[in-house]
Design a protein around this ligand. Structure first.
Ligand code: BG6
Length: 256
């Protein structure tokens, strides 16, 4: 658009598409980590991208986090309703506060679009035995089938250590992340600078291999502090669309 060209944002998008090897990069103006208005703009950008790829009967899996939560808040489909679309959380509890939980965000998206939603609350720290038993439960199996058939996945991206601490990870896990040089995190998976998995949280829901069968995988993040994290997740080759703010874009370009 003209506004984007004025600020040179489309130039960032083209450069980042080449460097990061992601088909489509979208850069929203501003610094979302510093300004609430800019974070809203990032959320609005993600919401309109989601609407542009959404089809009837789609299952949409969303993660938690404040950025995806902002996408839900900024969702506005005018008078169009999506009664055949189903929103689900990408994974069971990952240790977030309620407003940042994926189930809560799925419900918010659905209420904004007149769509359906299902919640999926599984305790964050299950022992192996409980975990195995739950996998046999008919309700859990049905939910897992729905989640794994998601056609669209929208996930946040976090800095590895910051996310581990936010989720109150025990010291052993912090040590694994440090020793493995984890820099980025997405839906419970922690990645090093080359996009290799350093650690994954044991929770039910979408596993990394399964997101590959989605039609569109959207990564969403902002802030200069997330540049390395976004770069790491991009290297893992998961995303079809990557949406970030201007400060993250500048931060990533400065890495190269
Ligand atoms: C989490 C997602 O809930 O939010 C993660 O599962 C992501 O994938 C994180 O890293 C990002 O949170 P925020 O608040 O920085 O958008």
């Amino acid at each position: 658009s003209m506004i984007k060209d004025l600020y040179g944002l489309s130039e960032y998008e083209t450069k980042l598409q080449e460097i990061l090897n992601v088909k489509r990069v979208i850069v929203a103006p501003g610094q979302s980590a510093m300004s609430d208005l800019d974070k809203k703009e990032l959320g609005r950008t993600a919401a309109s991208l989601l609407l542009s790829v959404l089809s009837e009967d789609d299952i949409v899996a969303v993660t938690g986090g404040s950025t995806v939560a902002m996408m839900a808040e900024m969702m506005n489909s005018g008078s169009s309703l999506y009664p055949s679309v189903l929103f689900v959380p990408a994974r069971g509890g990952l240790g977030e506060n309620v407003e940042l939980q994926a189930s809560h965000i799925a419900a918010r998206c659905a209420s904004k679009l007149g769509a359906q939603y299902r919640m999926f609350h599984v305790s964050d720290f299950l022992g192996a035995a409980a975990y195995e038993m739950l996998q046999k439960d008919p309700y859990i199996r049905e939910m897992l089938t729905l989640i794994r058939s998601a056609k669209i996945v929208v996930h946040g991206i976090g800095q590895a250590m910051e996310m581990a601490i936010r989720r109150k990870a025990p010291d052993e896990i912090l040590t694994i992340l440090k020793n493995g040089n984890a820099v980025g995190e997405a839906f419970g998976y922690y990645f090093d600078q080359d996009g290799n998995i350093v650690y994954r949280m044991e929770t039910m829901g979408l596993q990394l291999e399964q997101i590959k069968s989605a039609r569109v995988v959207v990564g969403l993040a902002g802030g200069a502090g997330k540049a390395k994290a976004i770069d790491a997740i991009a290297k893992s080759g998961l995303m079809d669309v990557l949406i970030m703010d201007e400060s993250a874009a500048k931060g990533i370009l400065a890495l190269y």
